[in-house]
Design a protein around this ligand. Structure first.
Ligand code: AVJ
Ligand code: FE
Length: 433
C-alpha cells in the first residue's frame, strides 16, 4: 500500500471518528445507555461495537497483535444479541467505551504506518481499512436514526439544506439495453457489490426526483391509507396492525418532528421514514411502480455517450457538497432541484443522498458472488425477506456510499432514512418513432 493510501486511510479514520464522537458526546451518560427504541441499540453499544470490529479486523487480523479486550467480543457481536436485548447486557460504561475505542485506534494508527500490506486480499488497496471506515460510518447513520427516535430536547445542530435551484419534475426515459451492474474494480466496494456483470434492462421511465412530501400528502388526502386496492395483502395487514396513517414522525396536522424539533412539513422535500409497503402503495395509487434494483443502478451509472457504467450519476469524481446531500452536513433531505450538479446524463436528480430509495428487489448475491471477508456482512441476509435500498441519505457518509452500494431492510421498517421514487414501463407505442 502506497504512502498515499496510508494517509488517506488515516484521514478517513480520523474524520469518521469525529462524527462518532459528535453523535455520542451530544447526549449525557443516561441517554447513552438507554434504549430509545426496541429497534435500536443504546448509543454506547454502537460506539463500543465499532471499536470491537476495528479491533477484530485491524488490530488482530491485519496487525497480528494481541487482543485489547478479547473478553468483550461476544457482547458486541450483533448476531449473539438482538438489539432489544442489548441494554440488559453488562456493557462497557460510556467512559469505558470511550477509553476502549481510543486504545484500539492508537494501535491501529501505529500499525497503519508499518504493517505489510502486500499479498493478502484483505489488505490489498487498503480494503480492510476501507471496510472498517465504512462500518463505522454505517453505525454513525444508525446512531443518527437513534437520535431521530430519541425523545427529549434537541441536541444536534446543522446548517439547513440548500434551496431548490432547478425545477425538477416528471420523468426521464432510460434507454433499453445491457449495462454493467456492480463492480470488480472499486477498491473499497463490499462483497455484495461484486462482481461486475452485464444486465439487460428494457427501456423504462423513472421519476427525475424522489417523491416529495407534497406528493405523498396527496396520496394521504386521497384516502390512500384506507383503500386496500393500493396495498399488497402483507402490506395491508401491516398497515392495519401497526395503525399506520402517514410517514413516521408526521403528526397529521401538517407538522413532523425531526431530531426533537416539531416543524411545518416542507412540501418539496423528499418524503422520508416510509416503509416498503407504503412506498409500493403510493406507486400503485399513482399508476406506477417501484424501480427494480437493476433499473435504479442503470439510471444512476449508465452513460449513454460511452456505454460505460460510472461510479456516480455525475461521473467518476467523489461526491462534493455540490453533488449530493450526504454526510450529515444537514439534518434533513434537501428539496427537489437542490443538486443540479449531481444529475445523471438523462436528467435524473438526487439519486445519491437525501433519502435511501426503496427498490422492488429482494437482496441476493450477484452471479459469481463470493462472501468476503465474512458471511455475516451480507450473505446471511440473502433471500426474499429483505428489500434493497439505494443511493444513501443525508445521514450517509460519502465513504459508505456509491452508485453500486446496496443497503437492505425488512419491508416494514421505516426508522431508517427511507424514501423512494417511482418508475413505469413505456405504454404500447410510446417509444415508436
Ligand atoms: C448494510 C446497513 C444493512 O446496519 O445492519 C453494520 C451495515 N453491518 N454492521 C446494518 C452493518 C454490520 C448494515 N446495513
Ligand atoms: Fe456493525
Amino acid at each position: 500500500m502506497s504512502t498515499g493510501l496510508r494517509e488517506r486511510a488515516a484521514a478517513e479514520l480520523a474524520r469518521t471518528r469525529q462524527r462518532s464522537v459528535g453523535l455520542t458526546d451530544a447526549v449525557d451518560d443516561d441517554d447513552l445507555v438507554r434504549q430509545h427504541s426496541r429497534l435500536m441499540s443504546p448509543l454506547v453499544w454502537d460506539l463500543a461495537h465499532v471499536g470491537n470490529q476495528e479491533e477484530l479486523w485491524l488490530v488482530r487480523d491485519v496487525g497480528g497483535r494481541e487482543p485489547v479486550r478479547a473478553d468483550i467480543d461476544q457482547l458486541y457481536d450483533a448476531f449473539k444479541h438482538p438489539r432489544g436485548e442489548r441494554p440488559a447486557l453488562p456493557l462497557l460504561s460510556p467512559a469505558q467505551a470511550r477509553a476502549y475505542v481510543r486504545e484500539v485506534r492508537e494501535k491501529v494508527l501505529d500499525l497503519l504506518d508499518t504493517v505489510e500490506l502486500e499479498g493478502r486480499p484483505l489488505v490489498e488497496q487498503g480494503f480492510a481499512f476501507g471496510m472498517i471506515i465504512q462500518h463505522e460510518q454505517q453505525h454513525d447513520e444508525t446512531m443518527l436514526a437513534t437520535h431521530q427516535l430519541r425523545v427529549g430536547e434537541p441536541v444536534l445542530v446543522a446548517e439547513p439544506p440548500p434551496r431548490s435551484r432547478a425545477i425538477v419534475a416528471g420523468e426521464a426515459l432510460i434507454p433499453g439495453g445491457p449495462f454493467e451492474m456492480g463492480t470488480s474494480l472499486e477498491p473499497w466496494a463490499l462483497d455484495n457489490e461484486r462482481p461486475a456483470h452485464p444486465v439487460d434492462v428494457p427501456p423504462f421511465f423513472l421519476d427525475r426526483a424522489p417523491v416529495t412530501n407534497a406528493m405523498y400528502q396527496a396520496f394521504i388526502d386521497a384516502g390512500g391509507y384506507g383503500d386496500p386496492r393500493w396495498w399488497s395483502a402483507d402490506g395491508w395487514a401491516h398497515r392495519q396492525e401497526a395503525g399506520l396513517s402517514g410517514p413516521a414522525h408526521w403528526h397529521g396536522d401538517g407538522t413532523y418532528t425531526r431530531f426533537g424539533r416539531r416543524e411545518p412539513i416542507v412540501g418539496d422535500e423528499p418524503v422520508v421514514h416510509v416503509d416498503w409497503y407504503e412506498a409500493s402503495a403510493y406507486a400503485a395509487w399513482a399508476g406506477r411502480r417501484l424501480p427494480t434494483e437493476a433499473e435504479w443502478e442503470k439510471a444512476a451509472r449508465f452513460d449513454p455517450a460511452t456505454g460505460r457504467s460510472r461510479r456516480f450519476p455525475w461521473g467518476d469524481d467523489d461526491p462534493t457538497p455540490e453533488h449530493a446531500n450526504l454526510g450529515q452536513r444537514h439534518l434533513s433531505p434537501a428539496p427537489a432541484g437542490a443538486y443540479p450538479a449531481g444529475a445523471s446524463p438523462a436528467g435524473v436528480h438526487q439519486l445519491m443522498g437525501d433519502v435511501w430509495e426503496w427498490t422492488s428487489s429482494p437482496l441476493y448475491g450477484y452471479p459469481g458472488f463470493r462472501a468476503f471477508p465474512y458471511r455475516e456482512y451480507s450473505e446471511v441476509f440473502f433471500g426474499d425477506d429483505y428489500r434493497v435500498l439505494r443511493g444513501g441519505s443525508f445521514g450517509t457518509d460519502a465513504a459508505a456510499c456509491r452508485g453500486t452500494f446496496r443497503n437492505w431492510d425488512y419491508p416494514i421498517r421505516r426508522q431508517i432514512f427511507s424514501g423512494f421514487r417511482c418508475a413505469r414501463d413505456p405504454r404500447p407505442g410510446e417509444l415508436a418513432d
